[in-house]
Write a protein that binds this ligand. Structure first.
Ligand SMILES: *Cc1c(COP(=O)(O)O)cnc(C)c1O
Length: 366
């Protein structure tokens, strides 16, 4: 516990799930449907973060005029807590999420939250809710921090009052039936982010703008949408809410290529971790622009052997099939590739505490 921040006041919920109810919920976990008993709320007003509270998870009370509801001053994060073999609980790179949260806040003209307060809130909530941390490999307690503008005013300007909220959601294995490659649709009709826009920020509006493209991808028989750059509509940026990696095999050498952070991509913490793990495994790593034409040519030539997407929620998702206006590609016969699966295993092993944490990514909570 740091000394610079006031302690969070804990007001226990009067309505805690019984052990039996919790066990029933934890026995059939999916993603994002079950929430633990408590949440953190910290208000910001008069230019400062006020006394925070851990209280019963439940609806927030908002003035209908608050600008988060109208003009979208709203940001969020996502990170995970994992049960460890010794019975403890650790979070994966939460400090990186705290720092990215503040970069998003800055882009949306919102106040920074001291990273110590972010960490303190996470540790206190997870410690209180430790019975909600699942133990099986692939499962975790997914933590969702967010900040919204709350002051009652319809004018367009940065709000003066905000609410920081953090809650937890026990999450099951993303692929309950085993990892299986997805089919992606390359979107030419919609873009996610333009230069100078908010593509780098984890803000609510980016997701609102993406939903119609995702719906179109599904209409085309695909699972996910792939975004191209907004200017040339040529370079690959991301897949849905995940970053992309392309695996090359040339002259006996394995190289991971991922689109460079141009300002329109979300700088994923999983992306950053996999670049490091790739180097640890002896692969080359390159961050550069990669065009759709190269994607097609390099698959055809056999140089590009695997493609996968990565993010906190699903960790790593292989991409098996690509569809676009005028062409289709099959990658690695539509099967999980060895490099993809090696990276996935390596990251999960660190997160679940079965491999050494060489980079100090795991933060001990309780
Ligand atoms: C959150 C997010 C990612 C993945 O980031 P992680 O830190 O790895 O979870 C990638 N793309 C978008 C658009 C995102 O919102």
């Amino acid at each position: 516990m740091t000394t610079t921040q006031p302690r969070l006041v804990v007001t226990p919920s009067a309505n805690i799930h019984s052990d039996a109810e919790r066990a029933a919920r934890m026995s059939k976990l999916s993603f994002g449907r079950t929430f633990t008993d408590h949440m953190v709320v910290i208000p910001y007003r008069d230019g400062a973060w006020q006394q925070g509270e851990i209280k019963a998870y439940g609806p927030l009370s908002l003035d209908p005029s608050c600008s988060s509801l109208h003009y979208g001053q709203a940001i969020f994060e996502g990170f995970k807590a994992f049960g460890q073999p010794d019975g403890g609980v650790k979070t994966f790179r939460p400090q990186s999420n705290a720092e990215r949260f503040n970069r998003s806040a800055k882009r949306l003209a919102m106040p920074a939250l001291p990273p110590e307060l972010f960490m303190q809130a996470a540790d206190a909530l997870i410690t209180l809710e430790r019975n909600w941390v699942p133990q099986n490999v692939g499962e975790s307690l997914y933590m969702r921090p967010l900040m919204i503008a709350t002051d009652p005013f319809l004018g367009v300007r940065p709000a003066l009052e905000y609410l920081f909220v953090m809650f937890g959601s026990p999450a099951g294995a993303y692929f309950p039936k085993g990892v299986k490659p997805v089919t992606v649709w390359i979107s030419e009709d919609f873009v996610r982010a333009a230069p100078g826009g908010t593509g780098e920020a984890k803000c609510a509006g980016n997701y609102a703008a993406s939903l119609v493209a995702q719906a179109q991808a599904e209409q085309k028989g695909c699972d996910q949408v792939v975004w191209l750059d907004a200017v040339q509509r040529e370079y690959v940026e991301e897949m849905g809410g995940m970053n992309l990696f392309f695996v090359y095999q040339q002259d006996g050498k394995t190289t991971l290529v991922t689109p460079e952070l141009t300002g329109t991509l979300l700088p994923g913490i999983t992306r950053d971790s996999l670049l490091q793990l790739g180097r640890d495994l002896g692969y080359g790593t390159v961050e550069r622009k990669l065009s759709v034409k190269e994607w097609r040519d390099d698959i055809a030539a056999g140089r590009m052997t695997e493609v996968f997407a990565c993010g906190t929620a699903a960790v790593i998702t292989p991409v098996g099939f690509v569809k676009a206006n005028g062409f289709e590609l099959t990658i690695n016969n539509g099967e999980n590739g060895p490099v993809t699966m090696a990276l996935r295993e390596a990251l999960l092993a660190i997160q679940h505490g079965t491999a050494p944490d060489a980079h100090g990514w795991m933060h001990a909570v309780c």
